[in-house]
Design a protein around this ligand. Structure first.
Ligand SMILES: Nc1ncnc2c1ncn2[C@@H]1O[C@H](COP(=O)(O)OP(=O)(O)O)[C@@H](O)[C@H]1O
Ligand SMILES: [Mg+2]
Length: 305
């Protein structure tokens, strides 16, 4: 059976659009889109950030979560046999949460959420604050970089694509994400200091490649929160292009309030504002999904190495 492709979305700079990118790509790559040549896929989003923002984006109330990422890690540490399925929120349950969030935000509308307010093939392995102690615990263990990879083993043939969201650090959680991944996707926010942290990040990529995961490769760099018409945005985009050339993904994500507001309605913007409505933020994330899909396809088309 084909095994899942794993993409880790990493940048140790906080607030650069990691979670927004993860959740929007999760929606669009699971739905698929004929016009953009994106096939439907069974997608699992894995949240490795103790802040647990992925759950919040889909309206999942964190205090109602059963076992989360932390207990899964704990199992790996104990060396017990791992089945990740009890930790995963199914597409049906995720949809229930999304509808609930929508209703909460629209208490007066009796009709309920629009038909497209659902996911069919998107599942979530959520995190919460419990996860914040794990780095200290892992630090003492042998094989500490491989724990997530082991934890996800049983999910590898249940999904086509696994997308991992990471915290704003290059600590052990992020190293675990890079060790489990085939691909690294880096969102950078179009602002003055954006490129300063890139050296450290690319250094970490190289160290992980040489020490624990030689098959990890850079999928691309996504420019996020680009202010239209701003010189700064253009400048960052230009200098990013000079540094990283073809590794910059074609689509830049514009800064747009509805990208930030969509989670209030229990879903990322690519779902709340369906692409048909030509909403710029939603459209951009759908186009970015097209870019990512194209890179994945180019490579699975036999171009390895
Ligand atoms: N394109 C965008 N336009 C406007 N706001 C955005 C956009 N992308 C993200 N945001 C907002 O910026 C903040 C940081 O984004 P987030 O995805 O949480 O970053 P990270 O996960 O890297 O910390 C959030 O409040 C989010 O809603
Ligand atoms: Mg985040």
């Amino acid at each position: 059976m084909a095994r899942a492709t794993v993409i880790s979305v990493v940048n140790h700079k906080g607030g650069c659009g990691k979670t927004t990118t993860v959740t929007n790509l999760g929606v669009s790559l699971s739905m698929g889109d004929g016009d953009r040549g994106i096939p439907p896929r069974r997608v699992l989003i894995v949240d490795l950030d103790p802040r647990g923002n992925v759950a919040t984006t889909f309206g999942v109330e964190k205090n109602s979560l059963g076992q989360t990422m932390n207990s899964l890690f704990q199992k790996v540490i104990d060396g017990s046999k791992i089945d990740s399925s009890p930790f995963i929120i199914s597409p049906d349950n995720l949809t229930l949460w999304m509808k609930r969030a929508w209703k909460k935000q629209n208490p007066t509308k009796s009709k309920g959420p629009p038909k497209h307010h659902k996911v069919d093939r998107l599942s979530l392995l959520p995190a919460d604050l419990d996860l914040s102690g794990i780095e200290i615990e892992l630090a003492m263990k042998i094989g500490r970089e491989h724990r997530l990879k082991i934890a996800l083993e049983s999910a590898m043939d249940q999904f086509d694509l696994i997308i991992i969201d990471t915290p704003a650090s290059l600590g052990l959680l992020t190293i675990n994400a890079l060790t489990a991944a085939d691909w690294l996707l880096i969102p950078i926010q179009a602002e003055f200091y954006a490129l300063e942290s890139m050296g450290q990040l690319l250094d970490t990529l190289r160290r992980v490649q040489s020490a624990v995961n030689p098959s990890l490769r850079l999928l691309g760099i996504a420019l996020t929160m680009v202010q239209s018409g701003s010189n700064l945005g253009r400048e960052v985009a230009d200098s990013a292009a000079r540094h990283f050339g073809g590794r910059i993904l074609r689509t830049a994500i514009p800064r747009s309030i509805s990208v930030a507001e969509a989670p209030l309605y229990g879903a990322p913007v690519s779902l709340t504002q369906s692409a048909i409505k030509r909403h710029p933020g939603s459209l951009a994330y759908w186009d970015l999904a097209g870019d990512v899909n194209e890179r994945l396809r180019m490579i699975s088309g036999g171009h390895h190495g």
